[in-house]
Design a protein around this ligand. Sequence first.
Ligand code: PGA
Length: 311
Amino acid sequence: MNPSRLHAHIGTVRQLEILLAVHQQGSITAAAEALHLTQPTVSMQLKKLASAVNARLYDQVGRKLVFTEAGLAVVATAREVLQSFERLDMTLSDLKGMKAGTLKLAVVTTAKYFIPHLLGEFCKLYPAIDIDFKVGNRQQIIDRLETGEDDLYVFSHPPDDHALQAHNFLPNPLVAIAPEHHPLAGEKRIPLQIFANEPFLMRENGSGTRHAIEQHMTGCEVALNVRMTIESNEAIKHAVISGLGVSILSSHTLTFGGRTGLAELDVQQLPITPTWYLVHLKSKSLSVVAQTFLDYVSDSGRDRLLATLNS
Ligand code: PGA
């Protein structure tokens, strides 16, 4: 297709950028605000884009925008086009001898305790690299992975998928915790079944920590006495401190998030020992800044982090 006809069919890059913002923000008002444009400008550009692709892009259902199949196809292309431009920008900076651009990281909630410790030194080494840092539970990060919005993802239980490249970089011990004056605190080699009889505070559905605990307990043929489901590591720690029950959490939530008021229990068949992975899609070529971050982690970042964890 000749370029001017292509332009007539898919609209301008600016229109694609506006469409993507509307899709991400969920409304024209929010997209206009995010892009510092007026609402009529956004609506006008979307109208032009719809006429260029000759299809309705979305329907207004009550106060919600529902994208049509054609609209979602244009969103997917818009994402690819804009990502290619971003990558080009980074490659050009790299050719000029400067590592610059945005590193888009999406990490599971438990990884938010230690990833910032990797970023501190990295940002000092590469001051022209900006970081876009998203946090969600395992399921939310899998959903982001499917749209390919970010450069790198951090999981300890990446989905079992051949389309992914996973770089193992750190152990993630999941340890048993109880309030500091709990009768089991200080006991040696507590049988798993005794621990399992205690009221247990469990992470929510979709959490990787929960996934690991459930798999492990099934393997050990032990059923936990789950009393409460709580959506955050921090809230679980506070609930344990206040005597609501015991739990199993990543030791990183204690090392970097504090352990005051908590005892780590010595339970047989624990800790569970998954591994943290930096993950990316094989189909998406890594940007210069993403590759720079991966190199930094394997060259020195990982060792620095291990030293902090062991100190
Ligand atoms: P979570 O994930 O923070 O969703 O529990 C941790 C993991 O992937 O192990």
